[in-house]
Design a protein around this ligand. Structure first.
Ligand SMILES: C[S@@+](CC[C@H](N)C(=O)[O-])C[C@H]1O[C@@H](n2cnc3c(N)ncnc32)[C@H](O)[C@@H]1O
Length: 346
């Protein structure tokens, strides 16, 4: 998946607001730790062909798939390494942006420590890192449900989703909502989220303390820059955070006034819609296509079929005819306008 909270363009705006003179992501060095099959990093490498992107993960399957997708999309500015963060030799000049999304809470404590330690040692002087984790405040009640569901699965020798369905029929008030929310995630997400072998939720305070011990300075939320706290998280039952860090010795410059905002970009629907190579691969592989803000857009299979034809050789009028057969329910013109406005086309 792509992760808008770990979008270097957004993270850079937060960092500049906090006085860190961070590099322009368009030509920066970007490292993603725990990149999985590479969807997030590939979307970044596709957006910024001058950026140098590196993804690492211990999963041989994940890295093989990431490499394959990169090859198919013809991306030369991204490389993938099958290695643990505990063993990875970073580049000497460090990285302008480090991303670690959905990793901290899913690894053993020694890897958590090693991860933050690596970031502390491998950020460039003005570099920033976006690190996400599950928050204990909101996960306490969920973990109690997970325990009960695991007990049902064990007793009934069944899988966790079936056990969750059984649990839903006997759940008490408060638990029902959590169980329903879990079911809505689907088996695949649940397997590496709620029911992952390691799913360790921490408090913001504890993560910041560990990061500071690794030579990092906390800048706030990676999207909004605000500095929340544990009490607030408990009050709101917060389950997830993505936080931004720079080096403790990074120079903090006086906050510059932001430039006057550029005019909102109006986009005209193209006569010959053309997705770039990466988005075409996503359409063919039924992966989410990211919009200009890196937000994943989920399409139906008929819509993906139409998107897979959008290589610049078919006119919008021709595609509208195809849509009548492929997706008769679809308001093609309105949909094409929407896709255009989300910045999908070259
Ligand atoms: C929950 S998945 C998240 C994947 C991806 N970042 C995302 O958010 O969609 C956690 C990832 O961390 C990787 N991982 C676990 N331990 C690691 C380690 N020691 N070094 C590098 N990656 C690791 C796993 O293989 C897995 O791909």
């Amino acid at each position: 998946m792509s992760h808008p909270s770990a979008d270097p363009r957004v993270n850079a705006a937060v960092a500049r607001g906090a006085g860190v003179d961070v590099a322009d992501p368009a030509c920066a060095s970007i490292l993603e730790i725990g990149c999985g099959t590479g969807h997030h990093l590939l979307s970044l490498a596709n957006r910024w062909r001058e950026a140098s992107c590196t993804g690492l993960d211990v999963s041989a399957r994940g890295i093989a798939r990431a490499r394959l997708l990169a090859r198919r999309a013809g991306m030369a500015n991204v490389r993938f390494c099958e290695v643990s963060v505990l063993e990875f030799e970073g580049e000497e000049k460090g990285y302008d942006f480090i991303i670690s999304h959905g990793v901290f809470s899913w690894v053993a404590d020694e890897v958590k420590v090693g991860l933050l330690d690596f970031i502390g040692k491998n950020l460039a002087p003005g570099g920033v890192a976006a690190v996400s984790f599950n928050v204990a405040a909101g996960w306490k009640a969920r973990m109690a449900v997970v325990e009960k569901v695991r007990a049902i699965a064990l007793a009934g020798d069944t899988d966790e989703v079936t056990a969750l369905e059984v649990f839903l029929t006997v759940a008490e008030e408060g638990e029902k909502e959590i169980a329903a929310d879990m079911l809505a995630k689907g088996a695949e997400v649940l397997a590496f989220d709620d029911f992952a072998p390691v799913m360790d939720a921490w408090s913001l305070g504890a993560v910041v303390k560990l990061a500071e011990a690794s030579g990092l300075r906390w800048l706030g939320d990676s999207v909004f820059g605000e500095k929340g706290n544990d009490e607030e998280d408990v009050r709101e039952g917060r389950t997830f955070r993505s936080e931004l860090f720079c080096r403790a010795d990074a120079e903090i410059v006086e906050r510059k006034q932001p430039a006057k905002g550029a005019a909102f970009q109006q986009r005209a629907v193209p006569d010959f819609p053309k997705l770039d190579e990466w988005r075409l691969v996503c359409a063919q592989e039924a992966l989410p296509l990211v919009d200009t803000d890196l937000k994943p857009c989920v399409f139906t299979f008929p819509q993906l079929k139409l998107l897979a034809k959008m290589d610049g050789t078919h006119s919008a009028a021709r595609l509208a005819m195809d849509a009548k057969e492929i997706a008769p329910e679809l308001d093609f013109v309105g949909w094409l306008r929407h896709v255009t406005e989300r910045g999908m086309f070259e």
